[in-house]
Design a protein around this ligand. Structure first.
Ligand code: SF4
Length: 353
């Protein structure tokens, strides 16, 4: 049986009419799904019993359960461990922060695109636990349903996700069809603006070019982490397949075609990648690119022997990179108290941590 999330409004209407029900029933159903983020037929109170019974025989609804949740003390960061129908698990993170210059809350969902990850970055708990399988479009969307329900039921009735980052488990461009479809539905059915959807890649150049060709306003983020091939081979092993020269070439293609700024993520590691030489290399590498670097302090784990830099070291590096003419900011550390880094909660459950 197919997930109901794979069907458009028009398709649901057609199936409803062919089943002998008035078309307004499909509108009600669609509204429960995408206006209210309800994926449980029992809760759709204005649908009559015979229509519910008909629909439940046509489609799969909820396939994922929240099996663990932890929140930071201020409840601004919430991490959920989800169990899928084959008992595999993925993590999502909800980040609740005030929007700049408004009183509104920006609720960002860090969403997963795969179970595990092939890229195997050495500092990442997900990367160290191997790859299982791709998520389907419906499984990606269901993460959004669960996050919205969690916010409504445990935080605030009126809050919902209004910002998406594909920065959870997995490499989105290695599951591109499902990610592309899910992101499109987030925009068209959930009404999340295109510019509020970020695709974050470890540097799959073919994916970057495909995104440029798509003509969407989605934000592109690239995990750079190293200023030369030797460093990046170690920190983002896919660099051996798509070295920096190729990566930057695809960035230029993206910039010319999409005319959008690129965000580079750069994990800052003590005594590793934040020296003066690194800032100079970044200056040469990114020259002429419309871009911004997000410096992220390393999230220390027992498995990865390196340390995060001191505040002084980070500020020194930021100034050095800015002197090269590149915009740079240091990302606030969030979610530390709840093992905020990707994959840690899942590995704890599997007994890997
Ligand atoms: S950091 Fe991202 S790309 Fe690297 S292993 Fe972890 S999930 Fe995969």
């Amino acid at each position: 049986m197919d997930s109901i999330l794979n069907f458009s409004e028009e398709e649901l209407q057609k199936i409803t009419i062919e089943g002998g029900f008035p078309s307004f029933r499909s509108k009600q159903l669609y509204s429960w799904l995408y206006d209210k983020s309800i994926l449980d037929l029992e809760l759709m109170s204005n649908l009559d019993r015979s229509y519910k019974s008909f629909i439940s025989n046509q489609f799969k609804f909820k396939t994922i359960e929240i099996i663990k949740s932890i929140a930071s003390d201020d409840r601004q960061t919430i991490k959920l461990l989800l169990e899928l129908c084959d008992k595999e698990t993925v993590e999502i993170v909800i980040m609740r922060y005030p929007e700049k210059q408004t009183t509104k809350i920006r609720n960002t969902l860090c969403i997963s695109s795969q179970i595990g990850c092939q890229i195997a970055c050495p500092f990442c708990a997900t990367g160290q636990s191997g790859f299982k399988r791709n998520l389907t479009t419906a499984e990606i969307l269901e993460q959004l349903f669960l996050a919205n329900n969690y916010l409504r039921n445990t935080v605030n009735n009126s809050e919902k996700i209004n910002n998406i980052v594909f920065m959870g488990m997995g490499e989105p461009f290695l599951n591109w069809e499902a990610v592309k479809n899910a992101a499109t539905i987030m925009n068209t059915r959930f009404k999340i603006g295109e510019r509020r959807i970020t695709i974050s890649t470890s540097g799959v150049t073919k994916g970057i070019e495909a995104l440029a060709d798509l003509g969407k306003q989605w934000v592109l983020a690239i995990s750079l982490h190293g200023s030369n091939n030797q460093l990046r081979d170690e920190l983002v092993p896919i660099n051996k397949k798509y070295p920096l020269e190729e990566l930057i070439q695809s960035c230029r293609y993206y910039m010319n075609k999409a005319n959008r700024r690129i965000t580079f993520e750069y994990i800052m590691i003590h005594n590793k990648n934040i020296g003066l030489q690194n800032s100079r290399e970044l200056g040469l590498l990114l020259k002429g690119l419309k871009c911004h670097i997000n410096g992220i302090p390393l999230n220390e784990t027992e498995e990865y022997p390196y340390k995060k830099p001191s505040k002084n070291e980070m500020n020194f590096f930021r100034t050095a990179v800015e002197k090269e003419g590149i915009s740079f900011s240091i990302r606030e550390e969030k979610g530390q108290s709840i093992n905020g880094a990707c994959g840690q909660l899942r590995n704890q459950r599997k007994g890997l941590l």
